[in-house]
Design a protein around this ligand. Structure first.
Ligand code: ASC
Length: 153
């Protein structure tokens, strides 16, 4: 490769890296696995607080519901970058191989969850338990259907 071509390739690679979200950069598969597990763990913590309120197990607190739902809606965008090619192995994990065999289907699940989470956050902003309850179930169903399809027991 001549110097000009090399300079071009280097510039293009740097550009590609810079235009990737920071969340998509992992030094090794283990980091991607920890990232998706960590972000899904944080999601679960905040989501289950909303579930507690929706199911009457913890008292409804409109402000807390709104804060938790906002965290869920934001965090819902993150785990998917950690499921990139070549991240099937590298640390113990429960991901089924189908994630990498049918990535479009997996993305549909992720997109549905993101969409329902956004609706959940909008519902929480109304400040009523009724709206929270109505939006919680559909969001939880998107968690469950993806887990049923792509997470081993
Ligand atoms: C949670 C949590 C999940 C979902 C799922 C909904 O609180 O951690 O994975 O809800 O159980 O069916």
């Amino acid at each position: 490769m001549n110097v000009k071509a090399l300079a071009m390739v280097t510039a293009l690679s740097a550009g590609a890296l810079l235009s990737m979200p920071a969340s998509a950069q992992f030094a090794k598969p283990e980091d991607a696995i920890k990232y998706r597990q960590g972000s899904l763990f944080v999601l679960g913590q905040h989501f289950s607080r909303l579930g507690g309120m929706a199911q009457g197990k913890i008292p409804f607190d409109a402000k807390a519901a709104q804060e938790n739902a906002d965290v869920v809606a934001y965090m819902a965008k993150l785990p998917w970058a950690g499921f990139g090619p070549g991240t099937e192995k590298g640390a113990p994990n429960k991901s089924k191989p189908d994630i990498w065999l049918e990535p479009e289907k997996f993305k549909e699940h992720a997109d549905k969850f993101e969409a329902e989470s956004a609706k959940l956050a909008a519902a929480a902003k109304t400040g009523t338990l009724e709206a929270l309850k109505a939006a919680f179930g559909p969001t939880a169903n998107t968690c469950k259907s993806c887990h049923d399809a792509y997470r081993s027991k």
